[in-house]
Design a binder for this molecule. Structure first.
Ligand SMILES: NC(=O)c1ccc[n+]([C@@H]2O[C@H](COP(=O)([O-])OP(=O)(O)OC[C@H]3O[C@@H](n4cnc5c(N)ncnc54)[C@H](O)[C@@H]3O)[C@@H](O)[C@H]2O)c1
Length: 349
């Protein structure tokens, strides 16, 4: 099996690459990543010398480059995670999201159309998507696989569009595909612009904790290693043309999560209880801010036997410990110093 994983230097992708490299020594695993600001080879340093692993630096918006690597490596299957992933950045620059998330995905699908036959036993285009495509929930209800798409941000609109193209290529050209829509992930190696690592970093540095609006926005949180395990199970056992929602039935209002994080950080940093929560600052709301996301994950639970293994309290505690133990990683990724590591490892060979 020649397996292409895109975006494997990013947050979720690095956990997926590690899991596959360690679990499947008989697969050739190719990690294609452009190394944007969010991609960091330090995230997968521990497996970079594995015999079944190859890193390919490149951009999924570059068609000629994709043609060349498909010819060279003859990929059998793809787990596609490469994306622009931050909602706030999509509000600043929507076109970057159109280019990578929509055009980049279509470029990969085009390669599958040209190079694959339609046998699910041999081939699969597995698209990693988000629950944000469904839009916003009221106080009740859950997103099901049949919930209609109603994206509200340029990010979620670009992911919704790429989901539609994956489905369309599956129906029109018979490319075997699966889509999973997952809730918010947290854990080690997440770029510190997303809520949990941003706030951990700010608490360490005694900086303010900016909370959008009234703080009562609700998200459903899943530990990233549980997501990677779900991806493994879906990749191997998921049915062609199916969509699975992935989540842990773990809803938190932002402000409640932030207060829990502050409490744990005070304990771990040996500060008096209440110290970190004084940093909370309410700021003007994000435009088009979705009020509530919550996943109904019953389909993947019952059909594929996956369920989360890590409780939120344990996952959050482990996550904080990882950031406290890896403060150099935080400094490097925010300063861009990791690029020197890339140059040293890959450009001077
Ligand atoms: N983070 C979440 O909570 C979450 C939840 C559900 C789904 N997702 C989806 O999972 C995927 C991964 O998310 P993440 O949080 O790990 O993102 P991330 O931003 O941490 O990583 C994205 C990776 O893609 C790479 N990349 C970006 N543009 C590229 C391009 N044009 N060509 C090649 N590589 C490129 C980046 O260098 C980076 O390594 C995304 O598709 C995202 O939509 C994320």
């Amino acid at each position: 099996m020649n397996l292409l994983i895109t975006g494997g230097a990013g947050f979720i992708g690095s956990h997926v690459v590690r899991l596959f490299v360690k679990a499947y020594s008989d697969y050739n695993i190719y990690n294609l990543d452009k190394l944007s600001y969010a991609g960091n080879l330090e995230n997968i340093k521990d497996i970079e010398k594995a015999k079944n692993y190859t890193f390919i630096k490149g951009d999924i918006t570059d068609k000629a480059f994709l043609t060349e690597i498909f010819r060279k490596y003859n990929f059998d299957a793809i787990i596609h995670l490469a994306a622009e992933s931050h909602v706030d950045r999509s509000i600043e620059n929507p076109l970057a999201f159109v280019e990578t998330n929509i055009i980049g995905t279509i470029n990969l699908l085009e390669q599958c159309r040209k190079n694959w036959n339609n046998d699910r036993k041999k081939h699969l285009f597995y698209h990693i998507s988000t629950d944000e495509v469904y839009g916003s929930l009221g106080e009740k209800g859950l997103f099901e696989e049949t919930t209609s798409y109603k994206p509200n941000s340029p990010y979620s609109a670009s992911k919704a569009s790429s989901d539609h193209f994956v489905r369309a290529y599956g129906e029109t050209y018979k490319i075997p595909y699966i889509i999973t829509n997952c809730s918010n992930n947290y854990g080690a190696n997440q770029f510190p612009e997303k809520l949990i690592p941003l706030f951990i970093n700010n608490i360490i540095n005694n900086k303010s904790l900016p909370v959008y609006g009234d703080g009562k926005y609700t998200r459903d949180w899943l530990y990233v290693e549980d997501h990677a395990r779900a991806i493994d199970i879906v990749f191997h056992n998921g049915k062609n043309k199916e969509t699975y929602n992935i989540g842990g039935f773990n809803e938190w209002q932002n402000i409640a999560l932030i207060k829990l994080l502050c409490k744990l950080m005070d304990q771990k940093l040996g500060r008096n209880e209440g110290t970190s929560s004084q940093l909370i600052t309410y700021i003007t709301d994000r435009p088009g801010h979705d009020r509530r996301y919550a996943i109904d994950a019953n389909k993947i639970y019952s059909e594929l036997g996956w369920k989360p293994s890590v409780t939120f309290e344990d996952g959050l505690s482990k996550t904080i410990d990882w950031y406290l133990d890896n403060q150099e990683w935080l400094v490097n990724i925010t300063s861009g110093a990791y690029k020197e590591y890339y140059n040293k490892m890959y450009l001077k060979k």
